[in-house]
Design a protein around this ligand. Structure first.
Ligand SMILES: [Zn+2]
Length: 133
């Protein structure tokens, strides 16, 4: 999927950080952020930037090739429970497969996602690495 540069630029904060929604009526937090709370249907929600720290609750290793992201094979995809509450799907980077386990503490980092073509747009986004101490 190619995005125009202006469209990508307008959405950069969504791509470059973990933004969750907090319902000001019931207190639940959701990811991805929504304008209506899925629990109580309130429109009284606000966007907050998560610290992006959490724990791996499940993972899989994918060897599936996607055009433009061949350099990221194998890809480790994990279910991550953020300390803020929501569970999200994220890619794990900067780790050896021997480190991979459920319960691994991770943090969000900005990484290259893919490129359109050799002269095209380079997409960056959030991935997760083992928590640095
Ligand atoms: Zn709510």
């Amino acid at each position: 999927m190619k995005l125009s540069i202006p469209k990508y630029w307008r959405r950069r904060f969504d791509y470059y950080s973990v933004i969750i929604a907090e319902c000001l009526d019931c207190g639940k937090k959701t990811y991805p952020r929504k304008h209506i709370c899925p629990y109580c249907k309130s429109r009284n929600v606000r966007a907050i930037t998560s610290a992006g720290i959490g724990e791996v609750i499940a993972y899989t290793i994918s060897y599936f090739r996607v055009e433009g992201s061949e350099e990221h094979i194998p890809k480790i995809v994990a279910l991550i429970k953020l300390d803020d509450g929501p569970i999200l799907i994220g890619e794990l980077v900067d780790l050896d497969l021997s480190e991979l386990r459920e319960g691994l503490r991770v943090e969000a980092v900005l990484r290259k996602i893919r490129t359109d073509d050799p002269g095209g747009l380079i997409y960056y986004g959030v991935k997760f690495r083992p928590l640095m101490k």
